[in-house]
Design a protein around this ligand. Structure first.
Ligand code: NCD
Ligand code: ZN
Ligand code: ZN
Length: 434
């Protein structure tokens, strides 16, 4: 078993201290941590976070291995500081059976870069009609707890109601992609001043907000858990705030790109900025930042959505929706929330590790940094700056909206149950530190 001594690390803004990782756990903190024989990782000036947990990753395998595989996507995750990701169900075949979710779970385990928790589809083939075998997926080796038709909205209120009722039996959660399909037919970008000027069909805020409003009321009615994916408008933040004040068991997610980018980016017709839900206005960006800072929004989920070049190197209207994000998420959150003084690193740990682990019921992740806890950890250098070069990333796709930009912060090391998956910012193959 590997033994690592992190010297002078700053756990969540506390005093610099030494942390010993041995036998897969945090073995000692402080003076007792100094033991001979351990690999020393100089962590002076670095921030030590619990390993990041993503509730919203598209790994594309099975079916679109030209865009990403479990191997390439989890390498990207480790480099981004993640020790666990949830793999969305919109694969081909769909992750709507125990067999398919077990296949993805096994691929993740064999790759070994981070824990992979497959999301189960809510409906068969994401068609929105018949419930998938939710209970079989929950009881499978993959132990699915998060169910989502992401990419599609569970728009039929009766189907949504049944799903919310059903997942209660195994403490599951329905994660909704809130998009009223009739209000977004042919939609290309946020409906507003910019879409009118560009002559692109608009995706109005109400198409998101109407579904969230309906779903929080359904969750209240049946007494179940709801998670709102990639919330993007000021109105959505208001609805979730209202629902929480009312005691409804709802949690919400925002993506790094919705914390940073606006619909103004569509002006160049560059499909790298085409995403679902669309980039909104500066007022919406301000509202989601406020909502994340005040706890209305619980998590940052990457919605890492890799696409092959041929689906993005085309005119705007023909391009696929989605952007990569695993390798830039922490930096974007630092830029939007920490460097602006709106959140501390402890808050970052809450929204990118503790809360997503709790919502996904992920054992051994998102835990406090304390003796005896599993050593799932991320070391960050907040003073570093780096240029985003998609061709140099581990993800197999290059559709990053931050390409060519300089971002703050760098993941120096990631530890998965004490084993370094990343050291000095580079991947460490299994066995190297055995
Ligand atoms: N976000 C996106 O624009 N695309 C996602 C689907 C989704 O998250 O809705 C994808 O799978 O490509
Ligand atoms: Zn979605
Ligand atoms: Zn998604």
């Amino acid at each position: 078993m590997t033994t690592h001594l992190l010297t002078g690390a700053r756990p969540l803004g506390g005093e610099p201290t030494d942390v010993l990782l041995a036998d897969g756990v945090v073995a000692a903190i402080g003076a007792e941590a100094r033991r001979p024989g351990a690999h020393v990782v100089a962590a002076e000036g670095l921030v030590l976070l619990p390993g990041l947990v993503d509730l919203h990753t598209h790994l594309r395998e099975p079916g679109r291995e030209d865009a990403e595989t479990v191997e390439s996507g989890t390498r990207a995750a480790a480099l981004g500081g993640f020790t666990a990701v949830h793999a969305m169900a919109n694969t081909t075949p769909t992750q709507d059976t125990a067999g398919v979710v077990e296949q993805v779970w096994r691929l993740g385990r064999d790759a070994g870069w981070c824990d992979v928790h497959p999301v189960g589809a809510v409906t068969v083939g994401l068609a929105g009609e018949r419930l998938a075998e939710l209970s079989a997926m929950a009881r499978s080796a993959a132990a699915v707890r998060v169910f989502s038709d992401d990419g599609k909205c569970v728009h039929d209120p009766v189907v949504m109601r049944r799903a919310l009722e059903y997942v209660k039996a195994f403490d599951g959660v329905v994660a909704q992609h809130a998009q009223e399909p009739r209000l977004t037919e042919g939609a290309q970008m946020h409906e507003g001043v910019v879409s009118a000027e560009l002559g692109l069909t608009g995706w109005p805020a109400v198409a998101e907000e109407a579904v969230i409003a309906r779903d929080v009321l359904l969750a209240e009615h049946v007494g179940s858990r709801l998670h709102v994916l990639h919330l993007s408008t000021a109105g959505s933040v208001e609805i979730v705030r209202w629902a929480k004040a009312r005691g409804i068991d709802v949690t919400a997610e925002v993506t790094p790109h919705h914390l940073m980018l606006t619909d103004e980016h569509a002006r160049g017709y560059d499909p790298r900025f085409k995403v679902n839900p669309p980039l909104r206005t500066a007022d919406d960006v301000e509202a989601v930042r406020q909502g994340l800072a005040d706890g209305t929004i619980d998590t940052v989920g990457t919605d890492h959505a890799p696409h092959p070049r041929e689906d993005k190197d085309c005119e705007w209207a023909a391009a696929a929706f989605g952007m990569t994000g695993l390798e830039t998420a922490l930096s974007v959150v630092q830029a939007a929330m920490v460097d602006t003084g709106r959140m501390t690193w402890a808050d970052v740990a809450r929204v990118m590790s503790t809360a997503p682990a709790r919502i996904g019921r992920v054992p051994g992740q998102g835990r406090p940094i304390a003796v005896g806890e599993p050593a799932n950890l991320t070391l960050v250098d907040p003073h570093a700056r780096r240029l985003v070069v998609p061709e140099q990333q581990a993800t197999a796709s290059v559709n990053s909206p931050f390409a060519g930009q300089e971002l703050p912060g760098r993941v120096v090391a990631t530890f998965l149950r004490g084993r370094p998956t990343v050291l000095d910012g580079a991947l460490v193959p299994a066995g190297v530190h055995a």
